[in-house]
Ligand binder design. Structure first.
Ligand code: 13P
Length: 255
């Protein structure tokens, strides 16, 4: 049985104070719901105070990105060693970093490997554009992203990796993939992992769905057998809706 993981990606929202106040309330509200893993990914500047506020709460912290080098002349970037011990997870390959920062499949692979080398758990995000989707090329495109992201990653590291399938056309648009569509693509991703590492590894891999996840569509999405949680933007920014998503995931998975 795969433990579902619900992660809030705050993107560029919340000041340091807002982040601290938010998690101070959130951790108490989430305390009873331990059957799923719960993660918040604030902006970098809030990581230290959020991590301190959540220490011992069972709610984990993630960063939204990481560079692949340990140090160097990379203005604006954050090295994996700087995050080690501070966060448990790091999102790599989010479509917004691919679109606005020129992150390529090869960089996603380097980021994932650098994260793993520093005891950080990558959440590897993949997903296709509307154009690719409408051209019927989703499976080929996402399959290629997955193969590139996992290049040279040994099987021994797989237990520390989460995949997030986020169709770009569903992010922040209010449009979600239908639960069946999301399940089909996530099943295909599991198939690619099986091809690369074998059935047992694929069966154990946690794969989230992301893109306009909200309380109103959570049960349907989480009722799908291949969907192991959610990477949530907008609906993770309010305590009530984040808690509701966690509760609904537990209900849908019968935990
Ligand atoms: P929304 O939930 O706001 O659509 O964002 C999804 C996302 O990009 C999470 O990483």
């Amino acid at each position: 049985m795969r433990t579902p993981i619900i992660a809030g990606n705050w993107k560029m929202y919340k000041s340091i104070k807002e982040a601290f106040d938010f998690v101070t309330t959130l951790k108490d509200e989430l305390a009873p719901y331990t059957a799923v893993e719960r993660v918040v990914c604030p902006p970098y500047v809030a990581l230290t105070s959020v991590q301190a506020a959540l220490a011992g709460s069972g709610v984990d912290v993630g960063a939204q990105d990481v560079h692949w080098e340990n140090e160097g002349a990379y203005t604006s970037q954050i090295a994996p060693g700087m995050l080690q011990g501070l966060v448990k997870y790091v999102i790599v390959g989010h479509s917004e970093t691919r679109a606005f920062q020129g992150v390529t499949d090869e960089m996603v692979n380097k980021k994932a490997k650098a994260a793993l080398a520093h005891e950080l758990r990558p959440i590897i995000a993949v997903g296709e554009s509307l154009e690719t989707n409408e051209a019927g090329e989703t499976e080929a495109f996402v399959g290629k992203q997955i193969r590139a992201a996992f290049a040279d990653i040994p099987a021994a590291d797989l237990a520390n990796i989460v995949v997030a399938y986020e169709p770009i056309w569903a992010i922040g648009t209010g449009k979600t993939a239908t639960p069946e569509q999301a399940n089909t693509i996530i099943g295909m991703i599991r198939g690619v992992i099986a091809d690369l590492y074998g059935d047992d590894q694929a069966e154990a891999m946690r794969i989230q769905y992301g893109g306009s996840v909200k309380p109103g569509n959570m049960v349907e999405l989480m009722s799908q057998p291949h969907i192991d949680g959610a990477l949530v933007g907008g609906a993770s920014l309010k305590v009530d809706s984040f808690v509701e998503l966690v509760k609904l995931a537990i209900e849908a998975k019968g935990l």
